[in-house]
Design a protein around this ligand. Structure first.
Ligand SMILES: *Cc1c(COP(=O)(O)O)cnc(C)c1O
Length: 229
């Protein structure tokens, strides 16, 4: 019999703690984001039962349905999927974090559409490390330009960088990419963008390499909720 969702979350938390120790990271410096996309809200309730409060979703309508079904719980919602500009209002009104911003138009719309009674929306810039033409994300060489275009926007906060590495990489080359992302974050901090603290990197197959290179948010789906159809 396969382990329950709470058991799997506890196991992922144990692994995160172990990697924090091995790679000399402070205890609790890595946040666990449970990626619940394609899984029903009942699975999220099982995760809440063991104290998991931060969830990642990739599809706007599916996410809105779950946010509405679970509104009596005090959850933190992270959008991690591709962003169409006609969906920015729903994101600005319903999410706490958006990890997948890769152009200034989207950032401007999110800032304009963020309700003023809410805290600024935390956004991360999605970086395309491999500069693959058809992949979402800003290239490494364009990060600083984009960061400077959006840093004055009132109702969003540039909280860091995010990446999804190309599949099939071995752990050593995964680490090389993650290190490049950490260095890009450090350059933004050195330029005085002091809010830019976070590195959203590491998924079920590569979160050890990501933690080794300084990840502050790991996005784990399969290891918690099982395979997606
Ligand atoms: C689906 C998804 C994840 C989770 O991936 P797993 O391999 O299932 O852990 C993480 N990040 C993003 C952006 C995703 O779309």
């Amino acid at each position: 019999m396969s382990a329950s969702i709470p058991e799997k979350i506890r196991e992922v938390r144990r692994q995160i703690s172990r990697f924090e120790k091995i790679y000399q990271r402070s205890a609790d410096s890595v946040k666990l984001l449970a990626v619940s996309k394609t899984h029903p809200y009942q699975s999220i309730i099982q995760a809440i039962d063991c104290g998991q409060m931060a969830f990642g979703e990739s599809y706007v309508q599916e996410a809105l349905d779950k946010i509405s079904a679970l509104k009596e719980h005090d959850l933190e919602w992270h959008f991690i999927g591709p962003i169409q500009s006609n969906k920015t209002k729903a994101l600005a009104e319903n999410f706490d974090w958006v990890h997948s911003v890769d152009r200034s138009k989207i950032a401007r719309r999110l800032s304009e559409q963020r309700p003023i009674n809410l805290a600024p929306l935390k956004i991360l810039l999605q970086v395309n490390l491999d500069a693959e033409a058809n992949k979402a994300g800003v290239t490494l060489s364009d990060i600083e330009k984009l960061a400077n275009e959006i840093k004055g926007l009132a109702n969003i906060e540039l909280a860091g960088l995010m990446t999804i590495p190309a599949p099939g990489k071995d752990p050593d080359s995964q680490r090389v990419g993650f290190r490049l992302l950490a260095q890009a974050r450090d350059r933004l901090l050195a330029q005085g963008i002091s809010t830019c603290q976070h590195l959203s990197m590491g998924m079920s197959n590569d979160f050890e390499a990501a933690i080794a290179e300084g990840s502050t948010i790991v996005r784990i789906g399969t290891d918690i909720f099982g395979a997606r159809n």
